[in-house]
Design a protein around this ligand. Sequence first.
Ligand code: PML
Length: 254
Amino acid sequence: MRASDAGRHISGAEGIFSANSVLNVARKYTSRAMRHERGAPDNITITIEALTDEPELIRTLPVCTMKNEVEAASNELVCRLLASIGVSGIAATSALELLRGGDAMRGAALMDMAGQRLEPDRARGVRVSRIGITDAARARLRRLLRNFGIDSETVIEALVLASKVNHHPKVIAELCVSDDPGYTTGYVASSAFGYLRIPHVKAAGSSSGGRVFFVRDGGVEGLIDYLERAPVMVSSAGPVFGTFAADEFFEGAT
Ligand code: PML
């Protein structure tokens, strides 16, 4: 589902579902698009496609929440986490500028270690599609998330997406700042350290945000094809941990 108003991005959603749940999901996505905090859309496009390939089965990244009390401290934390994963300072700074400036991005940006964007159409970005989670994995994940009071559709959808993105060997890490004005938690995800949630990554009321995927050198055609077209399904839930201060996290991780 993609919803926009006068070309401005309002909301989007993706999923892999059984044929008999398609009508319900279309209703749910339409209702979500029409009631979004970013405003009323003048266009909602729902595309339903039958999969021709069997989805690749993956596990969700391990989850933890970083301690961060105020938005003013978030840039330093994000840069520290990204540096520990191997993302250059210039790429981290360029990504933060991109996600904090202007309105929401339509799709994700691909960024190299020189801070250059690599996707062929910058206005469109890259849309991660064909992602889903089995009922059993969802039920297990919900139980794990509930232990820490973070069992929500927003967390599940973001974690499923990040688990697909960071499963590709070309991706070093992902930085996400929600474009929802009322949702101020973002994340840094990587196959190295998992899905690290960052509360107060932005100030409430801001409608800027989006996703940046930091990538290794070389062509990006294969990666774009994977992100947009390869079906990937979460079939098992990785661990979910509580909240860590940055120093505590790095002590445990190194
Ligand atoms: C979004 O708005 O879709 C992105 C949400 C990112 C953070 C989700 C979480 O709380 O872990």
